[in-house]
Design a protein around this ligand. Structure first.
Ligand code: URA
Length: 213
């Protein structure tokens, strides 16, 4: 995990962009928002797993025996950053139901301004798995950076960060500190406002997916 082959991948597939358009629209209803977010995550997962380890396995078709390529079992994990990463979990599991899922909870202490981990539960064998870190909005990049630092303790073979919208400053922060990480996102927006929200962005993604505002 210590090489520097990571980079930022902007996925411009028309279907992904169409669903992002729906997420951006302030009139999109909670249910449709959740569905689109989940479907977008499946597409990002598809892109991020292109280079997963493969093996040749014997299989019997209705006509013959053959050796066919298959994924290495036990090679994928997803780690959702609470709470917004929860909205991406189903999208990974739809495409790759064998994925094990971890969770990490992080909050910013109001007095010190420091990020604090309040929850962590990882698959027992996470250190053998390629991790898809699910953090849909990369604004300053600090939360993702914190989560990646936590994952570094496990020495996983690869970490890919799946995001919906990113901002350049956040991408730069993550790649400068973790140059081996690949970041997959559907958009690179122009900036972050005084409240820490991406502009134009899509609003508070947790509130929009759970209908809490
Ligand atoms: N988190 C959100 O929910 N939205 C943003 O724009 C940035 C971080």
């Amino acid at each position: 995990m210590n090489d520097s082959s990571g980079s930022f991948h902007l996925i411009d597939h028309p279907l992904l962009q169409h669903k992002l358009f729906t997420l951006r629209d302030e009139n999109t209803k909670t249910k449709d928002f959740r569905t689109c977010l989940s479907e977008m995550t499946s597409i990002l997962c598809y892109e991020a797993t292109r280079k997963m380890p493969m093996r040749e396995v014997s299989v019997t078709t209705p006509f013959a025996e053959m050796k066919a390529p298959d994924m290495e079992p036990g090679s994928l994990a997803a780690v959702a950053v609470l709470r917004s990463g929860l909205g991406m979990t189903e999208g990974v599991l739809t495409l790759a139901p064998f994925t094990k899922v971890g969770h990490i909870g992080i909050y910013k202490d109001k007095e010190s301004g420091e990020l604090v981990q309040y929850y962590s539960k990882m698959p027992l064998d996470i250190s053998r798995r390629h991790v898809l870190l699910l953090e849909p909005m990369i604004a300053t990049g600090e939360t993702a950076d914190f989560a990646i630092r936590m994952l570094e303790n496990y020495r996983c073979p690869a970490v890919s960060l799946l995001s919906i919208v990113a901002v350049q400053q956040g991408v730069d922060l993550i790649l400068s500190r973790h140059p081996y990480v690949n970041i997959y996102a559907a958009a690179l927006d122009s900036g972050v406002n005084g409240d820490g929200y991406i502009v134009p962005g899509l609003g508070d993604i947790g509130d929009r997916m759970f209908g809490t505002r």
